[in-house]
Design a protein around this ligand. Structure first.
Ligand SMILES: [Zn+2]
Ligand SMILES: [Zn+2]
Length: 136
């Protein structure tokens, strides 16, 4: 069981399943919203994610037509991203997950718009935008 919480601990959640996708997003939206050089996400099936506390303390921001960002309305911790194109998946912000689920290095998306002030290479695959679009 993987668990996590926001900084103020009003919002807590559990993941009763596997992390099946692990990526680092370097797009400008993630950079601003997370206040960091990039944002790291653990992809899970929506059916294995549940709130253990504070679901009513969640609010959201639609950063695009397809992306809804959920965060704690008290402390601002990013909790997850939901995509209309992937209704059965959720992308949980890795920074609010407890402990270390021991994942592979993860791949990098939107390297084409990465922060110019930070160089990063952990050996993972790197793509200018989404992996599929980069293959075209
Ligand atoms: Zn909070
Ligand atoms: Zn992003």
């Amino acid at each position: 069981m993987i668990t996590g919480r926001c900084e103020c601990a009003r919002v807590g959640f559990q993941i009763d399943g596997e992390i099946n996708d692990y990526s680092h997003c370097h797009c400008s939206q993630c950079r601003r919203l997370h206040g960091a050089a990039f944002a790291t996400f653990a992809g899970v099936e929506r059916s294995v994610f549940s709130y253990t506390t504070g679901e009513s303390d969640i609010t959201y921001y639609a950063s695009s037509k397809s992306h809804t960002r959920l965060f704690c309305k008290h402390c601002g911790s990013n909790i997850l991203v939901a995509l209309t194109s992937e209704p059965d998946a959720l992308y949980v912000a890795m920074g609010v997950i407890d402990n270390n689920p021991k994942l592979t290095p993860g791949y990098h998306i939107f390297m084409g718009s990465k922060a110019p002030w930070y160089d990063f290479d952990n050996g993972g695959e790197q793509y200018d935008t989404f992996p599929a679009e980069s293959l075209i």
